[in-house]
Design a protein around this ligand. Structure first.
Ligand code: PQQ
Length: 252
């Protein structure tokens, strides 16, 4: 395992920086998390699967808001024209015909109530903090760091490729329709990640900026990791579920 905190100490070439960024993903992306491994091996209870969908909704819902923060910081019209597609992907034409609506469909297909999911009131405390930290990061840090923090998307086609076939094979209550959200994501994520990576490599013109990009990506991997840690802990035993958080129906 690498310690990335001074990886750019002596300055890196563009291709060396790209290699370090990919190394961060290889070591720290949430496809390495035990909760993901339990998901793909068929070991999650239905409650855990529902809790995953309900908590992940909070992440999906904050994405267009953090992208709006990024737009607000961007002075270049061409940058904004490219980046705004992300908001359209998630909100659709009318707010409910894009990715957020498709994630809601995933959650309700697993038996969750749409109002419970949308209200976010049953989410775990750690989910709320993690998602809030992502929004604050993109609000308070530089445009460059916010763009770099989106680079986890370089790795999302990989985790989606692991997750979707395994979920279809291992859980009889999950169908292609349940997982329709994921059918568009790999293509959108590749387009977005290509743009963000070119931006980061093109603007990482000092060792300090290179380190900022690496740190931003580590931070974002930590956000995704913390969300799965929280699920793993909360639903391992009924006594671990925080007050007010989602519970299996029989325990309500
Ligand atoms: O399924 C996943 O594991 C996964 C991961 C990520 C990611 O790596 O941040 C995103 C998504 N999905 C996703 O659906 C999505 O829209 C998205 C946007 C972003 C971002 O940071 O801008 N990440 C992700």
């Amino acid at each position: 395992m690498s310690d990335f905190h001074d990886a750019a100490r002596n300055g890196l070439s563009s291709s060396e920086l790209e290699t370090v960024l990919r190394q961060v993903g290889a070591e720290r992306y949430h496809n390495r998390h035990p909760f993901h491994h339990r998901m793909t091996s068929g070991a999650l209870s239905r409650t855990e699967m529902q809790a995953w969908a309900l908590n992940r909704y909070c992440y999906q819902a904050v994405i267009p808001r953090k992208d709006a923060m990024i737009l607000a910081h961007a002075e270049d019209p061409a940058f904004r024209a490219a980046w705004r597609k992300r908001i359209e992907d998630h909100d659709g034409e009318d707010g409910w015909s894009g990715g957020i609506a498709r994630w809601l469909h995933l959650a309700t297909s697993l038996g969750l109530d749409p109002d419970d999911v949308k209200s976010e009131r049953l989410a775990l405390p750690a989910t709320r903090f993690a998602v809030g930290a992502y929004l604050s990061f993109c609000t308070n840090r530089t445009l460059f760091e916010a763009v770099a923090s989106s680079l986890t998307e370089m790795f999302s086609p990989l985790i989606i490729g692991e997750r979707v076939p395994a979920m279809l094979a291992k859980y009889d209550y999950i169908t292609e329709d349940t997982l329709a959200y994921f059918s568009r994501r790999p293509e959108q994520a590749s387009r977005d990640a290509d743009f963000a990576l070119a931006y980061v490599l093109g603007h990482a013109d000092t060792a300090e900026r290179q380190q900022q990009a690496i740190d931003a990506l580590v931070f974002k991997c930590d956000i995704l990791w913390a969300m799965l840690d929280a699920l793993q802990h909360a639903y391992a035993e009924p006594g671990n579920i925080p007050p007010g958080a989602f519970r299996p129906e029989a325990a309500l």
